[in-house]
Design a binder for this molecule. Structure first.
Ligand SMILES: NC(=O)c1ccc[n+]([C@@H]2O[C@H](COP(=O)([O-])OP(=O)(O)OC[C@H]3O[C@@H](n4cnc5c(N)ncnc54)[C@H](O)[C@@H]3O)[C@@H](O)[C@H]2O)c1
Length: 569
């Protein structure tokens, strides 16, 4: 029976059969023959997911700086599996497998596939035999077994190890291999290189594999391509020859004139750079969680505190943590370092050495739970229960103005509130499908969904992301402003209450509401709560006092009732 791979848009592609492999290799050999005749270098990109598909297009778009002619022919290779195969036929039609806000992605892929004819995709990893250079962009996940306990997790090395074995079994001895995947420090030299050396030895190749490492710093959003091509890179090689080759390759494909390369002595140094860079970011964000709680309980607006601190140039990159720290990298990368220390590098004192990074990740992973508490309390202040309440969350993605929902704080909020019995609605202008909910049994992989940490999650597979805010908010008893998407910054309290049909609880997770809007919500009879914004109580009291003063004035002076009073407090 035929098996299919279904794209996120619902297109079904039949998986290749055994008989398809030989003609597919012939097709590639013909294309490679023609490309070689034109002097092009043949590059295979392993894994055409979020990173690999765009990196493949950037390489395929490369031109010889002297002649201006395309200098690389790229084969993007992915697995013939139900989960991933659909990316191959899509790419071969010139369509991007990733949905990106960057307007450069779609035309660049279409141009390379259809016009320049420098990019093709395949499921047949025999294409490795044709490569001058292989770029590895497959995933290397860190699985946590408990919510809020990073140390209990582990790195999933199987895919990477299998891929490195396949590469070692198929490439020529002179082929450069570049690992771009974010890996546990030590992986390139102490896991991947030995695997490849073994494979080379079996094949009678006596040279050392030319293995190098250079991690990606890609950022989802409108600068997606630029964040790969026009950005600083760090690289290293297992041998001086591998290092020279990777420097040459990256200099050709990236904008290294403006964004110079940093060349490290050993791969463990470039691998550690990525892990420390992201652990640093995760830690500084987590650090603000305790001050956020302090602020909430002591009448302080942490947003204003941060803005005051940011005036100092040395502290200008301090940012408010929101309801959680999502994206693919920050929640996992520190775990790769913690795990490597024990399992690759052989130290047993990881729990003593690593104090901050695991704590930071645990804090970030669970910060969204507090938003559920705030929502419950806001509704309680209005005399309502969270169980059965209609709650709208505005923003499903992990950061503003992107549609990337991976490990978003909003998911934690939705799951916790669902567990508590709330009826959740979702709005996001940038997200069409929230696969973490809709396909929670299989996405990101079977058994990996955050649904496993909560009860009462089954109904979330029927979640739909609304695009029409007035409709989504109609009848809502609480609205959670979870992500500072541009359209949410402009929302008018009077309009919101009018759309909702009655005063409602408003929960601000990201410092979205300025004080005048908070005040207006209170005047309209709403309840407002926010992460890290204790001064809200003061505003509430002021509105209450003013209402009381008006009330008193009206009893003393009967004409005072002509002043419009809208407060429901
Ligand atoms: N996505 C980001 O925002 C981002 C940012 C910086 C770094 N990274 C790193 O880049 C790496 C890739 O991430 P991603 O987001 O592209 O992952 P992804 O899951 O979107 O893509 C990985 C792809 O590799 C494929 N694959 C796995 N094994 C394979 C094999 N043997 N042969 C061919 N293909 C294979 C998978 O099928 C999948 O399509 C990760 O290490 C990640 O940490 C990602």
């Amino acid at each position: 029976m035929s098996e299919y791979s279904v794209s996120p848009a619902g297109e079904r592609f039949e998986l290749p059969q055994a008989a398809d492999y030989a003609p597919e290799l012939q097709r590639l050999e013909t294309l490679v023959g023609a490309a070689r005749a034109e002097g092009k270098e043949i590059v295979v990109v392993m894994g055409v997911g979020f990173v690999g598909s765009v990196m493949a297009a950037i390489i395929a778009d490369t031109v010889d700086r002297k002649t201006g002619k395309p200098s690389k022919f790229v084969i993007g290779c992915d697995l013939p599996s139900p989960r991933s195969y659909w990316k191959v036929p899509l790419l071969n039609c010139g369509q991007s497998p990733v949905k990106a806000e960057d307007p450069e992605v779609d035309p660049m892929i279409a141009r390379c596939v259809n016009e320049k004819k420098t990019l093709v995709a395949t499921y047949n990893n025999d294409c490795l035999k044709l490569a001058d250079c292989v770029v590895v962009d497959i995933q290397c996940d860190y699985t946590k077994h408990q919510l809020g306990n990073m140390c209990d997790g582990g790195v999933e090395m199987t895919a990477l190890e299998a891929t490195m074995r396949t590469i070692g079994e198929k490439i020529g001895g002179n082929c450069l291999v570049l690992i771009e995947t974010t890996v546990a420090p030590g992986t390139t030299e102490f896991v991947a290189w030995p695997i490849m050396k073994k494979a080379f030895a079996k094949r009678g190749i006596d040279s050392a594999p030319l293995l190098s490492h250079s991690f990606e710093r890609v950022m989802p959003g409108r600068e997606y391509v630029s964040s790969i091509r026009d950005f600083w890179r760090v690289c290293s090689g297992c041998t001086p020859e591998a290092r020279d080759r990777v420097v040459k390759f990256l200099t050709e494909v990236l904008n290294t004139e403006k964004f110079p390369l940093t060349v490290m002595d050993r791969p463990i140094e470039s691998e550690t750079t990525k892990i420390v860079e992201n652990s640093y970011r995760a830690t500084t964000l987590a650090f603000l969680n305790e001050w956020s709680i302090f602020a909430e309980r002591n009448g302080v607006d942490l947003i204003k505190v941060i803005n005051a601190i940011r005036m100092r140039p040395t502290h200008s990159n301090m940012i408010f943590p929101g309801p959680g720290i999502g994206g693919y990298c920050l929640p996992k990368d520190g775990g790769l370092g913690y795990w490597a220390y024990k399992h690759i590098l052989g130290f047993e004192d990881g729990d003593e050495v690593f104090q901050l990074t695991p704590t930071a990740i645990n804090i970030n992973d669970t910060r969204g739970l507090h938003v559920a508490e705030l929502t419950r309390d806001a509704l309680r202040n209005m005399g309502r229960y969270i169980a059965g309440a209609q709650v709208l969350i505005c923003g499903a993605s992990y950061r503003q103005d992107v549609g990337d929902t991976r490990y978003s704080g909003s998911e934690m909020v939705v799951r916790k509130l669902t567990e508590m019995g709330a009826e959740m609605r979702i709005h996001d202008p940038y997200v069409d499908h929230w696969y973490e909910l809709e396909q929670q049994d299989t996405y990101p992989a079977p058994g990996h969904s955050w649904s496993r940490f909560f009860r009462n999650q089954d109904g979330l597979v029927h979640s739909a992301v609304e695009k029409d805010l007035p409709q989504a908010i109609q009848g809502a008893e609480a609205v959670i402003l979870a992500v500072p998407h541009e359209p949410y910054l402009k929302l008018d309290p009077d309009q919101i209450v009018q759309w909702a049909g009655a005063p409602l609880a408003v929960i601000d997770c990201f410092g979205i509401l300025p004080d005048d809007k908070i005040r207006r919500y209170f005047e309209l009879g709403c309840e407002v709560k926010a992460l890290g914004r204790g001064h809200i109580q003061r505003i509430k009291q002021e509105v209450r006092d003013q209402a009381l003063a008006r009330e008193t004035a009206r009893t003393v002076d009967p004409v005072a009732h002509l002043v419009p009073i809208q407060s429901g407090i």
